[in-house]
Design a protein around this ligand. Structure first.
Ligand SMILES: C[S@@+](CC[C@H](N)C(=O)[O-])C[C@H]1O[C@@H](n2cnc3c(N)ncnc32)[C@H](O)[C@@H]1O
Length: 378
């Protein structure tokens, strides 16, 4: 099935993120479906959301034929784009390690667990690696709407974020809190409003965490950043250029992996295998990403390998994951897959002494063409 054919399949919303340095273990201290504080509507008036032509276009069903199929020429600023949101398990710190192992001459780049998109943006920054086409996916529908709006309606998004940022930065602590809870407590109207609210909450909530309750309602309390960059206009415009012509879908990874063919490159960054029983965090979506899901992903990677698609997967350096990808016979010492490990910092433990570097596994089904520097292998 071509991804365009699955363009409108709904994803499930259940999502969480936290940046590096989170001081405690989320699963213990932050039960998944706990509602933190009731919505506190105050004097802040969020204003009338801008409904743009893009919103109207999007509200009509998007037929598969309208999904972008060919790359538009990328504007040069695309190479400067960085992630527009913070995301749990975001790979910004690892991006250089991952890009160093990426194949050259990518036809179509597929990233079915896009999250904050650190790898996608890092690939575009390297003109030798920038793929001709890209298909980005995440099960989180709101997240994909953010990317659609950044791609298609960046002017309206900038205007809406400006309207949110101005009063927030000018306000004192109490008014900021009132504005935050008013935004948190209201329903977005249209895609631009949804994207602006998503980014506003992302930049102003506690510790950059994002989590929704069973009803899909964002429930993280207000954060304490002094001057959060709610609107980063140059980066939003660069990201808009980077996303031009990119196909965006919000389906389960298995559907998103039906289309890749020889010459394409797939980067898989699933919710990670917990480092310990108490450090687990796989709460981006309603169903947790269990070992059954990790096995389902391994079978999908095998299928891609059989189809001649270049595959890279990152995950925590757990014996279970290592075992999963070393079991088969194949051209590498480990078997069918080459398994590198590289130091990474995971921000999930409450205890600072347990938050030191931990290894990340980088699993490849190909030998990197250019070993630009010595890469540790296993
Ligand atoms: C580790 S995060 C990806 C982080 C990303 N590489 C970055 O740099 O920000 C995993 C992502 O997988 C998504 N996800 C979870 N289950 C999924 C599924 N079954 N299919 C597709 N995406 C899924 C989550 O919503 C989350 O955004």
């Amino acid at each position: 099935m071509h991804p365009a054919d699955i363009w409108d399949v709904s994803g499930v919303l259940r999502l969480c993120f936290f940046p590096a340095g989170l001081p405690w273990n989320l699963n213990l201290a932050f039960p998944c479906h706990l509602d933190f504080a009731g919505s506190r509507a105050g004097a802040y008036n969020p204003g009338t959301p801008v409904r743009t032509a893009g919103d109207q276009r999007r509200s009509a069903a998007i037929p598969a034929a309208r999904a972008p199929r060919t790359p538009r020429a990328r504007r040069p600023e695309a190479a400067l784009a960085r992630p527009v949101i913070k995301w749990a398990g975001g790979k910004q710190q690892l991006a250089a390690e991952l890009v160093a192992r990426a194949p050259r001459a990518i036809e179509t780049y597929y990233e079915p667990f896009i999250g904050g998109g650190a790898m996608f943006f890092a690939l575009l920054a390297d003109s030798a690696l920038a793929p001709k086409r890209a298909v980005l996916n995440d099960l989180n529908r709101d997240l994909i709407t953010v990317y659609e709006v950044v791609r298609d309606d960046v002017d309206a998004l900038v205007a809406r974020l400006e309207a949110l940022q101005g009063p927030y930065l000018a306000a004192g602590a109490d008014e900021r809190s009132t504005q935050f809870y008013a935004e948190r407590g209201r329903q977005p109207e249209g895609a631009v409003d949804l994207a602006a609210r998503f980014i506003f909450l992302n930049k102003t909530c506690f510790n950059g965490l994002y989590r929704v309750n069973r009803q899909g309602i964002f429930n993280v309390p207000h954060g304490k950043y002094r001057t959060p960059r709610i609107l980063d206009e140059p980066n939003l415009r660069a990201a808009s250029a980077a996303l031009a012509g990119v196909r965006l879908t919000h389906v389960d990874f298995e559907s998103a992996l039906a289309a890749p063919k020889q010459g394409d490159f797939v980067y898989l960054d699933p919710p990670f295998e917990p480092l310990s029983a108490t450090s687990s965090f796989t709460g981006y979506t309603e169903g947790s990403f269990s070992r059954t899901e990790q096995r389902r992903l391994k079978l999908a990677a095998d299928d891609l390998t059989d189809r001649g698609v270049h595959v890279m997967l990152s995950n925590s350096a757990q014996d279970y994951i290592r075992g999963l990808y070393s079991a088969d016979r194949g051209p590498f010492a480990e078997g069918r897959y080459r398994i590198d490990s590289t130091p990474a910092r995971r921000a999930i433990n409450s205890r600072g002494d347990k938050r030191g570097p931990v290894d990340e596994l980088v699993v490849l089904n190909y030998a990197p063409e250019v070993e630009r520097r010595e890469l540790p292998s296993n």
